[in-house]
Design a protein around this ligand. Structure first.
Ligand code: SF4
Length: 282
């Protein structure tokens, strides 16, 4: 093997190992997959979901528990959606899969005015269909392909526009309480995922078929983070570490930390916060 080829192979192996390690760590940290789980892997045809399926399959071979993987794609009837791409890919993989067909595209087009972004309603409709299907089929986990950078962007979106210090959960119970949703790529960098998808030549389906504008605020935050990271390499990692190391006593949320009883001796009483508010208004 020529030197250049060996180097390329080495880099690819390193990239794959890093992705496997990050996915394995996320699964372990959040107890994402248990013995006997039937994991529905949501496949959109983008780099993220292909990478998620590929790495989960590779981990399945050495995992300490037995679990099933079932790939599911929702064909939302966007014009020009290449229907054959995913079935061809999945047939070759030899994995169990389902392609669901629901024309959410027409619904979104009808309801949302032309100049507005469709993504909010589109995602809600998609989520509803996917969760319902998972429940009907008895799948125990629903795996979504959001990654580290999605999580950081969401953190800033919520801070800037929602007044909340929260991001995207790595594991959650759906609103109706019927599905456990997991994000196995939670620790994976978008750059790694893109590089891996290129190396593996996944048959990517473009996500521009719906004609929706990008979520402008998310794009702006993405740019801001990219600029920051250029000026101060490592900043993205530092921000990500910060949400894994929170100190509620050093934030101002009185529900997240018991400031009322903090530092009191046993039996000691103090004015209630209501008394203080009344006194402050006099
Ligand atoms: S980009 Fe298109 S398909 Fe994707 S969520 Fe937005 S509207 Fe839906």
């Amino acid at each position: 093997m020529a030197l250049a080829q060996r180097k390329e192979k080495y880099n690819y192996d390193k990239l794959q190992k890093r992705l496997r390690r990050n996915v394995g760590k996320a699964i372990a940290d959040f107890n994402m997959i248990d013995e006997g789980d039937r994991v529905m892997v949501c496949l959109s045809g983008g780099a993220d979901s292909y990478t998620m399926l590929d790495i989960l399959q590779s981990l399945q071979r050495s995992a300490p528990v037995e679990f099933e993987l079932i790939a599911v794609n929702l064909d939302q009837k966007q014009p020009g959606f290449p229907e054959h791409v995913l079935p061809n890919y999945l047939d070759e993989l030899g994995i169990e899969y389902h392609i669901l067909e629901e024309d959410t595209y027409s619904v979104v087009k009808r309801v949302i005015p032309e100049n507005k972004t469709y993504c909010g309603l589109c995602s809600r409709l998609r989520r509803g269909i996917i969760y319902r299907f998972a429940k009907e089929q008895g799948y125990t986990k629903v795996a979504l392909g959001h990654h580290r950078d999605d999580i950081i962007e969401t953190l800033f979106l919520n801070m800037f526009f929602g007044g909340k210090l929260k991001s995207m959960p790595a594991k959650l119970l759906s609103d109706d309480g019927d599905n456990v949703v997991i994000r196995p790529l939670a620790y994976c960098a978008e750059t790694d995922i893109k590089a891996y998808a290129e190396e593996k030549v996944f048959p990517i389906i473009p996500c521009t078929l719906c004609g929706s504008q990008d979520n402008m605020q998310r794009q702006k935050i993405k740019q801001m983070l990219t600029e920051w990271n250029k000026q101060n390499p490592g900043r993205t990692e530092s921000i990500f570490s910060s949400i894994q190391n929170i100190v509620p006593s050093h934030l101002l949320d009185t529900d997240a930390f018991d400031f009322t009883n903090f530092g009191k001796k046993e039996g000691e009483q103090s004015l209630s916060s209501k008394d203080w508010l009344v006194a402050a208004q006099e």
